[in-house]
Design a protein around this ligand. Sequence first.
Ligand code: NAP
Length: 275
Amino acid sequence: MSYFSNKTVWITGASSGIGEALTYELVKQGANVIISSRREEELKRVQQQACQNGLSGQTGASNVYVLPLDLEAAGSFPAKVQEAIGAFAQIDIMIHNGGISQRSKVKDTLPAVQRKVMEVDYFSYIELTRLLLPHMQQRKTGHIIAISSVMGKIGTPMRSAYAAAKHALHGFFDCLRAEVWRDNIKVTLIMPGYIRTQVSLNAVTASGGKLNELGKNIGNGYPAGKTAQQILKAIRKGKFEKYVGRPLSQEWMAIHLMRLFPTLAFKIFRNAVPE
Ligand SMILES: NC(=O)c1ccc[n+]([C@@H]2O[C@H](COP(=O)([O-])OP(=O)(O)OC[C@H]3O[C@@H](n4cnc5c(N)ncnc54)[C@H](OP(=O)(O)O)[C@@H]3O)[C@@H](O)[C@H]2O)c1
């Protein structure tokens, strides 16, 4: 029996990339999964695929609940949280994963774009967490996961909004961990390196348009399926913070260099070729 058997996991950003891969892996391991993002038809495709991949006899459509959600529509969150709790009568694990990246220089980036990235990548995570906490505190159990990034630890050109949002996640969720451990609620921050997903295609530009380019690093990135397995291992082990992605890669080195030699790291990262 897997650690995730009969647990209920809510995943945002489940219509593609890392969230989609997490859904497949969790269903295989016997979890009930609530999947959210804006595109309902894509969520239904993931639901169908997840059930086909599931262990025969143990999973079915009833193990995956489709809950459309726009992370920019905070007004809808209270009702969405109640619906999510009601889907399987409890939520054991929340994986905040939905997000957008950004490709633009500070001097060109419109304030509305800076705010949009913060809204999706940061404010939605903290508000959904606030609304879900009473449920977990009442049950005296829970695990909250925030998908950050290597950009939550370093800074490079062309990523100011994205890196700001991801850095903010570390401050917030580290504080949350210090507040809720007595309620038996765990908090894990995940820092993916380059993962092969739609992330760069969906990234916003200086004026808020869609980049629509598959960058070289993302195109050659680590597979989302293997990433999902690494994330589930980190959850199982109750890690505070974990890099996931290609082992011993430049991104992995970046995190360690930043910790040990921040000035040297900065001198290297400032030359990162924007893509
Ligand atoms: N791929 C990488 O190299 C990498 C590296 C570090 C961190 N990450 C992080 O990993 C997470 C997942 O990204 P990914 O790589 O899997 O990219 P992806 O394929 O573009 O997936 C992003 C997901 O977020 C959802 N989303 C975007 N805006 C949303 C909104 N306003 N409301 C609700 N859902 C929204 C999308 O669904 P809809 O369009 O259906 O709404 C989609 O399911 C993100 O937090 C990203 O920052 C990725």
